[in-house]
Design a binder for this molecule. Structure first.
Ligand code: NAD
Length: 469
């Protein structure tokens, strides 16, 4: 598995889509390149008093909209090429789902398993102060978020460090998203990417024209699904898909895979892993020692939700899924994509399918700069308006609602309701825009259509800025 060509891979998809658009080469070149690449090293004192030099990156791919936005990854496979590719994908993703940010990404080249919590805190806080020094973080500049190997805990450390350096700056907590609720986070952010994967796949399988081509019935009910990676994205995606009637038949993790054709209880597998530190030996499920072999097992939908380049020229010919839903960023190489398309496999691309995270991050950022939780002002007013309408209808009709009917109707929207509704709407609208482009331009894949939509939006915003008149 190689990561050295990831940025080249993203650029390949860019070029494939750009051929369908009539924009000047200079403009397309400007969109494709990374605007700023910050590669740096810093020393951190470990628990045993040793100093270790840590390698880190932050890439701002496009400043056509500010701030720029993108997660921070902790993995020993992090390198400059990977961060550049992920930053570029963020630009295309934000434009596609109409989130008004440019794209960025950060990474620290460490294996989190080798560090204590205190060491990770020191690494994260030092990384943040390095970003502050070079103006690579700030509510109107560059706003990180979680990615592989990071979560709410790291985002809280980042926010706290930034706020300490910017005492009195009222918007300081908008410098990062994916924070815990108690630290100005938002309801629903943690599950947002996985929930978005669920909404996106639900939309794809609702479409009769697409399902007919695959010989599948419409709807999620009974669809067999294999998920790779039971982390933030994989776990939540599997959970929501299962709750809507799909059957999670396989889960592939670092330590191996498990398979049960009758379906696995995702929550129970999650708890089993917490308890035993492994997903293996779960009830009567079959163990797969080589996790990657599970990707080749027959199923309706395969959801790679771990890392890039998981399906490549080597294993693509063996993939038997009818749909591949890219929960992870870049899980297919371009070569693999070509093979899967020839096998009539539907690919629901990353820049659309995992955009739920950045969509809800946008809502969190809006909450932070407006300093009020969604629903705080209008909720009770909404409830009393509905109460008045019901009272009037009951009086006019002479009939009364039951208590449970009343409770169901008289319910103002909470922050969680509003966030999920905004996320669902975004995923549905974006999917149908991509599909419309694929059909109207007679394209063979959703990824090219998604890139066309995205590039067109970015190019238009450059024209509107007057940079390319
Ligand atoms: P995570 O660290 O929470 O989980 C990743 C999981 O994948 C871990 O459980 C890990 O053990 C497992 N894994 C690693 N290598 C594996 C392998 N070879 N086979 C099977 N499992 C393996 O990370 P995450 O946040 O869920 O991110 C996963 C992917 O989704 C990444 O590509 C990331 O860029 C993308 N993504 C994440 C978000 C987000 O909000 N967290 C948003 C958009 C995209």
């Amino acid at each position: 598995m190689t990561h050295s060509r990831f940025f080249e891979n993203v650029s390949y998809y860019f070029d494939k889509a750009a051929k369908h658009l009539d924009y000047p080469k200079g403009l397309l070149d400007q969109i494709k390149i990374c605007n700023s690449v910050y590669s740096f090293k810093f020393p951190v004192k470990m628990d045993d008093d040793r100093f270790e030099v840590i390698e880190a990156f932050r890439v701002e791919h496009s400043h056509h909209k500010m701030p720029v936005k993108g997660g921070i990854r902790y993995s020993d496979m992090v390198n400059e090429d990977e961060v550049k590719a992920l930053a570029a994908l963020m630009t295309y993703k934000c434009a596609l789902v109409d989130v008004p940010f440019g794209g960025a990404k950060g990474g620290i080249s460490i294996n989190v398993k080798n560090y204590s919590e205190k060491e990770l805190e020191r690494i994260t806080r030092r990384y943040t102060s390095e970003l502050i020094k070079k103006n690579f973080i700030g509510p109107g500049i560059d706003v990180p978020a979680p990615d592989y190997g990071t979560g709410e805990r790291e985002m809280a450390w980042i926010a706290d460090t930034y706020a300490a350096f910017h005492h009195g700056e009222i918007d300081a907590f908008a410098c990062v998203t994916g924070k815990p609720l108690s630290q100005h986070g938002i309801n629903g952010r943690k599950a947002a990417t996985g929930r978005g994967v669920y909404y996106g796949l639900r939309e794809a399988v609702r479409n009769k024209q697409l399902m007919d081509k695959l010989g599948l019935s419409t709807g999620l009910e009974g669809k067999s699904i294999i998920v790779q990676g039971l982390g933030n994205v994989g776990y939540h995606a599997a959970k929501f898909l299962q709750e809507d009637g799909a059957k999670i038949v396989g889960i592939a993790e670092f330590e191996g895979g498990i398979y049960d054709p009758n379906g696995l209880d995702v929550q129970a597998v999650f708890e089993h892993r917490l308890e035993t530190k492994s997903i293996l030996n779960f009830k009567t499920a079959k163990n797969f020692e080589k996790s990657e072999e599970l990707l080749e097992v027959e199923c309706d939908i395969l959801v790679p939700a771990a890392l890039e380049n998981q399906i490549h020229d080597g294993n693509a010919p063996n993939i038997k899924a009818k749909i591949v839903g890219e929960g992870a960023n870049g899980p297919l190489t371009p070569g693999a994509e070509e093979i899967l398309l020839k096998k009539n496999i539907l690919i629901v691309p990353d820049l659309f399918l995992n955009a739920g995270g950045v969509t809800v991050s946008y809502f969190e950022w809006l909450k932070n700069i407006s300093h009020v939780a969604y629903g705080r002002i209008g909720r009770r007013y909404e409830e009393s308006s509905v109460k008045n309408v019901i009272a009037a209808i009951e009086e006019l009709s002479g009939k009364n609602l039951s208590d449970s009917q009343r409770a169901q109707i008289i319910r103002g929207a909470s922050e969680h309701d509003l966030v999920n509704s905004g996320l669902e709407d975004t995923m549905i609208i974006s999917f149908n825009q991509i599909l419309e482009i694929m059909n109207s331009r007679n394209l063979s894949d959703l990824r090219t259509a998604a890139f066309i939509k995205s590039l067109d939006r970015i190019a238009k915003s450059y024209f509107e800025l007057g940079i390319f008149p």
